[in-house]
Design a binder for this molecule. Structure first.
Ligand code: FAD
Length: 484
């Protein structure tokens, strides 16, 4: 994504002296991290007239929702689909032009030993499938939805997903698979998570269909970058925040590539634990807050296989999103196992980037960092190779002869995610539920310190992360108005 915009500053890591003059010595807000939460928070604050610096450690914006180019292919890391609510979020907090690019995907397919079906991913279609294919009473389905609709984050319910499903669909692992597997893929949820997280995510995600961005992630991020520049935000890439500067319990700056830049507020879009323990340091928080933070569980990580077709090769429409599994039953444990049995295939036809003739497929697998972190180099390389081979074996079922059609494959592991996003343990879906409270209460501990991005399962995914960016921008702005 070549850029001539003056607001983009690619800094040299560990040596900012030669480029420091390009940044101001002071900003109202520094946003650390250019994921969808950080980008959205930065845009709102800049649009409202605040002096904003967005500092991103990587050379490219987007975080987990980024893209990369290899050979003549563009690969989208996380453009598999998002809820319809993203349209409103883009229109309100970015631009109408961006919102107008949101289109519905045509078909979502499930294929596993328990069932094979296509769905439009709407509540009506899930009802149809549950009643006609799975033989569930319509009243039971309606009662289940009613309970989901009545769920509220502020309720103090202790019900787990397992208890929720047992209440409505006892003994029906196939039904649970249909209703839960996409959410497990999308945010790492298990049956032991609070049902409230499922209720909120289901109501957003599996309700009005699955949507995508016409033009791909590269275009979307380019439009976001331009919008930020138009709103006079400074953007520094290759700019890593290593420390928050805190004086008298208040944020006064951030250390970026070893140099202090002053600010009144700091928003972290990075890993929640790194924000508390590395950026700030435990000594700045109450013992009770630290005790709670130490108990926050990180979510799992991911593996991916990127596949590009030779120029001129094509395949017929096989669906946009395929939830495939060879595991006999639904099991969140099996989904993260490195004996991979379950994959989501995102299929990108040339129409996603009008004018292009590129076909790509991205396979995503949930994964455990521990399974990959300590492998010897040769074993690691071998495991990546096997991941590709096995993915192609499964894909061949949907695109016969795929291997002869392709000219590029690459694999990413939890270590790749850790390296590019700095998320501890390559956590690709933030933290489990308890992380949300810690994230939201940071500013009660250190004035001017905020967090946005995937936490608590609820704030995960494109919509969750972007909307959390809005919430965090509003809190930050309120704080800044009061101190000025
Ligand atoms: C394989 C995969 C597929 C997915 N598919 C979908 C999907 O189809 N639909 C959907 O809705 N969601 C999907 N998601 C989830 C979604 O992409 C994420 O929830 C969302 O993009 C996270 O945004 P975020 O704001 O939390 O920031 P992140 O994407 O986590 O970005 C954080 C940013 O902060 C930067 N950073 C970290 N530390 C520092 C530092 N110290 N200094 C400077 N910068 C720093 C990182 O480099 C990164 O750019 C997927 C995720 C994965 C992993």
């Amino acid at each position: 994504m070549a850029s001539n915009d003056k607001c983009i500053k690619a800094l040299r890591k560990n040596n900012m002296t030669d480029t420091a003059d390009k940044l101001s010595p002071f900003y109202d807000v520094i946003v650390g991290g250019g994921g969808l939460g950080g980008l959205t928070a930065a845009n709102i604050l800049a649009r409202n007239g605040l002096k904003v610096l967005l500092a991103e450690h990587h050379s490219q914006l987007g975080g987990l929702a980024t893209w990369f180019r290899r050979k003549n292919h563009i690969f989208d890391v996380a453009l598999h689909g998002f809820p319809s609510g993203m349209k409103k979020t883009l229109r309100k907090y970015w631009s109408k032009e961006m919102a107008d690019r949101i289109i519905q995907v045509k078909s979502v397919r499930f294929d596993n030993p328990q069932f094979s079906l296509d769905t439009s991913f709407t509540k009506e279609d899930f009802t149809r499938i549950l009643v006609t294919k799975f033989g569930v009473e319509k009243e039971t389905v309606d009662a289940f939805y009613k309970e989901l609709d009545s769920m509220n984050y502020y309720d103090n319910s202790t019900m787990t997903n397992r208890e929720l499903f047992d209440k409505y669909f006892p003994g029906r692992n196939d039904v649970v698979r249909l209703l839960m597997e996409p959410i497990t893929y999308a945010n790492g949820s298990t049956l032991d998570e609070p049902a409230i997280t499922y209720g909120i995510v289901f109501s957003n995600f599996m309700n009005k269909g699955v949507f995508t961005f016409l033009g791909g992630t590269d275009l979307m991020l380019d439009m976001m970058r331009k919008e930020l520049c138009a709103n006079k935000a400074d953007i520094a890439t290759r700019a890593e925040i290593t420390r928050a500067v805190i004086r008298d319990g208040k944020i006064t700056g951030a250390i970026i590539n070893g140099r202090e830049i002053r600010c009144n507020a700091l928003i972290s879009n990075g890993n929640l634990m790194s924000t508390v323990f590395d950026w700030a340091g435990k000594e700045h928080f109450s013992p009770d807050f630290i005790e709670k933070t130490e108990k926050v569980r990180l979510n799992n990580s991911s593996c991916q296989v990127y596949i590009g077709l030779k120029k001129g090769e094509k395949f017929d429409f096989i669906g946009d999103l395929l939830f495939t599994s060879e595991h006999p039953v639904f099991s969140p444990e099996a989904i993260v196992s490195n004996n991979v049995t379950s994959r989501t295939f995102s299929v990108y036809y040339p129409e996603i980037r009008p004018g292009s003739d590129d076909y790509t497929v991205v396979a995503s697998m949930n994964a455990r960092y521990e399974d990959w972190a300590n492998m010897q180099k040769t074993k690691y390389d071998e495991a990546k190779k096997n991941l590709i081979i096995d993915t192609l074996r499964v894909l061949d079922k949907y695109i016969p002869g795929i291997e002869a059609k392709i000219d590029y494959t690459e694999a990413a592991t939890p270590k790749t995610f850790e390296r590019y996003t700095l998320h501890r343990k390559g956590a690709s879906f933030g933290t489990k539920f308890e992380g949300l409270q810690i994230s939201m209460e940071l500013s009660q501990q250190i004035k001017g310190l905020y967090h946005t991005g995937s936490v608590g399962i609820i704030m995960s995914g494109w919509l969750g992360a972007a909307n959390y960016g809005v919430i965090t921008a509003n809190s930050t702005e309120k704080y800044l108005l009061n101190i000025n």
